[in-house]
Design a protein around this ligand. Structure first.
Ligand code: ADP
Ligand code: NA
Length: 347
């Protein structure tokens, strides 16, 4: 089999929560540890994408290094994986511009992420409170967000991209744009492989306070999420106060018992078991037992990353070095692509 180039990105949202970790980042580590020596792995913190939403500069700057420290803390190895800030490599934006000029506006208008933002804005326009309407939500950056994502991928001619369900349409667009470029400039040979999706085992972790929504950094209720850096005592208290239901006993039934099922799912994911099997083991036990065992399993998973994060927090210059080295290695790959792109397009 041909060597793979695996690429993925995450926004600089600061310290990841358990959903980010179990739903996305743990898989990055797994891919790294299972990769063959010829495979290339690139993991990027996508600061330019973050700017499509309002950001406080101080918070964003802190969140950037917190995310980098977190990636290292969970076991991404900078010797093995190229860890870098997207915005340290201007090849992404140059390529994004060129791809902008190859992508019909209609395709971007069909992106569900764009359509849902439009719908949200329309809803707030119709709401009573005029002051809540934020026109900047429909900025041009948000509209072309998927093109920048395509550039992130194609700059390294990535062959494999781990993405969740929510990003599948964007990856489709990246493939589409790669094909368009290849068709427009086929000679002497097509330069872009069509990036394939690596299916991340779907592990949707729900809010501990409202199991009808997913665990998210944006909920104002900090009890609703567990952070990578939470102490055992915080993990215990958050899981103990997690919303379940009044039905006695434990069954895995995500539709009718989302709260209990979420706890089962967290425990099963942490211990690498099947949720149904875990539910069977707890069938005759109470919610309290399930919760306390889950807190212990989460602690077992997070203890080492938490301690590693603490250590790295004091090592700002080390983090800067990692980021700088990552950017240099990333650039070394993308500049080869960009030389070909410029040649082909006549620049
Ligand atoms: P948030 O929803 O907190 O804003 P992001 O949208 O920044 O998180 O997501 C970053 C990554 O983490 C994505 O790959 C996303 O699919 C994954 N992710 C986020 N929340 C969860 C969750 N609750 N369960 C599983 N995966 C999640
Ligand atoms: Na989000």
């Amino acid at each position: 089999t041909r060597p793979k180039t695996i690429l993925s990105g995450i926004q600089p949202t600061g310290i990841p929560h358990l959903g980010n970790y179990l739903g996305a980042l743990a898989n990055w580590v797994k891919l790294q540890n299972e990769a063959s020596p010829e495979d290339r792995l690139l993991y990027s913190i996508v600061g330019w994408h973050a700017l499509t939403l309002p950001q406080d500069p101080k918070t964003l700057r802190a969140a950037r290094w917190e995310m980098l420290a977190s990636l290292l803390a969970i076991g991404l190895d900078p010797k093995r994986s190229i860890l870098f800030h997207q915005d340290h490599n201007p090849d992404h934006t140059e390529l994004a511009w060129i791809l902008n000029c190859l992508c019909p506006v209609g395709k971007l208008k069909r992106m569900t992420t764009w359509k849902s933002t439009q719908a949200r804005l329309a809803a707030s326009r119709n709401a009573n409170d005029e002051s809540e309407v934020d026109e900047s939500l429909l900025n041009a950056g948000l509209f072309t967000y998927p093109i920048l994502q395509a550039a992130d991928i194609l700059a390294y001619r990535a062959t494999h991209v781990p993405v969740g369900e929510d990003q599948q349409q964007h990856l489709e667009l990246s493939r589409d744009i790669a094909e368009t470029f290849n068709r427009a400039f086929p000679k002497p040979k097509k330069i872009f492989p069509l990036p394939q999706r690596i299916l991340t085992p779907s592990r949707r972790i729900l809010s501990l306070r409202d199991p009808s929504s997913k665990m998210s950094k944006s909920s104002p209720d900090v009890q609703s999420r567990i952070l990578l850096t939470d102490e055992f005592i915080q993990i215990q208290s958050k899981i103990r106060s997690a919303v379940t239901d009044s039905q006695p006993g434990v069954t895995f039934d995500p539709v009718n018992r989302p709260g209990v099922s979420n706890i089962i799912n967290i425990l099963a994911t942490c211990t690498n078991e099947d949720p149904e099997k875990v539910a069977g083991l707890y069938a005759s036990k109470g919610h309290a037992q399930l919760k306390s065992d889950t807190a212990e399993a989460v602690e077992a998973l997070l203890q080492q990353p938490r301690e590693e994060f603490r250590r790295l927090k004091e090592e700002k210059s080390y983090l800067d070095e990692i980021a700088k080295d990552g950017a240099t290695r990333a650039k070394g790959i993308s500049e080869v692509t960009m030389a070909l792109v410029r040649l082909k397009t006549g620049l």
